[in-house]
Design a protein around this ligand. Structure first.
Ligand code: UDP
Length: 491
């Protein structure tokens, strides 16, 4: 096990007791991050918020399988109030080849319960451990926290209230929906939620014969029973329907706290490491560039990558595109565990594309500083895979979206954003170059739905900022959670 940052609990002994003159050690929280930068980043943001607003220190617990260069660099950049520990490697070789990412993460988590239990017992000896927080695929790890005697146990749900509503409903839906969701004649309507057409429902629910489906139902059941609270990285204005319902206490499920949007920092210029993306953006006119990115693990099939290139070119708009080698050349799972593209993604672009678009476009391999890009005055749109962090980041910086969902809950998010709240325009399913060009133009030039989407995003940007201010809805929700963690604590 390694410590990426200075251990913060070193000031106290096993019982959290200190010498008479020294102040009590800060309350400490252990958080389990399941694989994917998209899971780790918001959890780290929660840890930062707990440190800056509530004086709480954190240990982020990660899986050995995710120890990529990107992740290591990220962990070592965190403030000293946040330490990290890695769990030992787990043998998953008995699982079938091509097992879904949800299955891998859930199995890994379950098999790590004994190791996590002893890690938490050790942490109790060196810190004033007040709570354990698991992220969305970590429900089974709450058993480790219970076994280690950690009294306050929560889920941090890094996606939204629509998806949470669905997961909490899964035990009933499993019993009542015969056949596959994709064959439903009508959109699935859950309390307060935008109706989701069957084929857009959460990816791991699309094939009931796949073990990933069973895992999701299991998580739904576990979410209802195991945690005392579920903290959700969302806010009322972006999904008012489910927020109204889930904010009310209800028997048979834990209390739900919308505490978002929590997004990664990084807007500030770091003069020591000039960034080609930002330097290029500096030379572009205000709100003229569409940023194109598919999150930490997303990649397109080769044919769609080609159509997207030609569509961007045809749109005549300026663009900044993060390219990865195509998904048919590797698995999404690989990208998830390590965000670096294994092959040269430029080799898959149409011949002459880079040369033809060099005056209006910049293509970068694998990774871009997304926050700096979204915060930049030249960025006027975001073609996104609708990963929830990307959506929140776009809303915080007031950037309207083109939705191009790929997997996980992204299709559901695209429906909610485009047909629900109206913060995005969805690329038509055919994904041909003309349709892509037309959708990009609609957003960037404010044609069709473009103007309304821009106005809605400005409204949501304001609401998000209000909620996070001292006394705002999100800030108050988190304060209530911390009060519960520290009230009546047994030292
Ligand atoms: N990200 C980034 N640069 C990239 C790709 C992704 O900084 O080139 C960050 C992005 O800002 C977000 C996270 O990685 O915070 C991706 O999370 P999201 O939920 O959008 O998608 P996922 O990676 O889970 O599919």
């Amino acid at each position: 096990m390694e410590h990426a940052a200075a251990a913060n609990g070193s000031c106290c002994n096993g019982n959290g007791a200190t010498a008479a003159s020294s102040p009590p050690p800060p309350p400490h929280v252990a958080m389990l991050a399941t694989p994917g930068m998209g899971h780790l980043i918001p959890l780290a943001e929660l840890a930062k918020r707990l440190a800056s607003r509530h004086g709480v220190t954190t240990t982020l617990v990660t899986f050995a399988s995710t120890a990529s260069t990107t992740q290591r660099a990220f962990l070592s950049s965190l403030p000293p109030a946040i330490s990290s520990l890695s769990l030992p490697p787990v043998d998953l070789s008995d699982l079938p080849r091509g097992a879904a990412i949800e299955t891998l993460m859930s199995e890994e988590c379950l098999r790590l319960v004994p190791a996590l239990t002893s890690l938490l017992l050790d942490l109790k000896k060196t810190t004033r451990l007040v709570a354990f927080v698991a992220d969305l695929f970590g429900a089974d790890s709450l058993d480790a926290a219970a076994a280690a005697g950690v009294e306050r146990r929560c889920i941090f749900f890094p996606t939204n209230l629509h998806v949470l509503t669905l997961i909490l409903s899964l035990p009933e839906l499993d019993a009542t929906v015969a056949g596959e969701f994709r064959d439903l004649a009508e959109p699935l309507r859950l309390p307060g939620c935008v109706g989701i057409p069957g084929e857009d429902i959460l990816m791991p629910l699309q094939d009931k014969t796949n073990p990933a489906y069973r895992w999701m139902v299991h998580h739904g059941q576990k979410y209802r029973e195991a945690p005392e609270a579920i903290l959700v990285n969302s806010f009322d204005a972006v999904e008012p329907g489910p927020a109204k319902i889930l904010r009310q206490p209800a028997p048979g499920r834990p209390v739900v706290y919308p505490i978002g949007p929590l997004i990664q920092g990084g807007k500030e210029e770091d003069a020591s490491s000039p960034c080609p993306c930002v330097e290029w953006l500096d030379r572009q006119p205000e709100k003229s560039v569409i940023f194109v990115s598919f999150g930490s693990g997303g990649a397109l099939p080769a044919e769609q990558m080609r159509e997207l290139a030609l569509g961007l070119e045809l749109s005549g708009q300026r663009f900044l595109w993060v390219v990865r080698s195509p998904s048919d050349e590797g698995t999404v799972n690989e990208n998830y565990y390590d965000a670096q593209s294994k092959k040269d993604p430029f080799a898959y672009l149409p011949e002459g594309f880079i040369e033809r678009t060099k005056d209006v476009g910049l293509v970068v391999p694998s990774w871009a500083p997304q926050i700096k890009v979204l915060a930049h005055r030249a960025t006027g749109g975001f073609l996104t895979h609708c990963g929830w962090n990307s959506v929140l980041e776009s809303l915080v910086y007031g950037v309207p979206m083109v939705a191009w969902p790929l997997f996980a809950e992204q299709r559901q998010n695209a429906v909610m954003l485009s047909e629900g709240i109206g913060a995005a325009i969805r690329v038509p399913e055919s994904k041909g170059r003309e349709k892509i060009a037309a959708t990009v133009r609609e957003l960037m030039e404010g044609e069709g739905k473009g103007a309304a989407v821009r106005a809605k995003v400005a409204e949501l940007q304001k609401a998000a900022a209000e909620g996070l201010k001292e006394g705002g809805a999100a800030a108050a929700a988190l304060a209530e959670v911390v009060d519960k963690w520290t009230a009546g604590e047994k030292n």
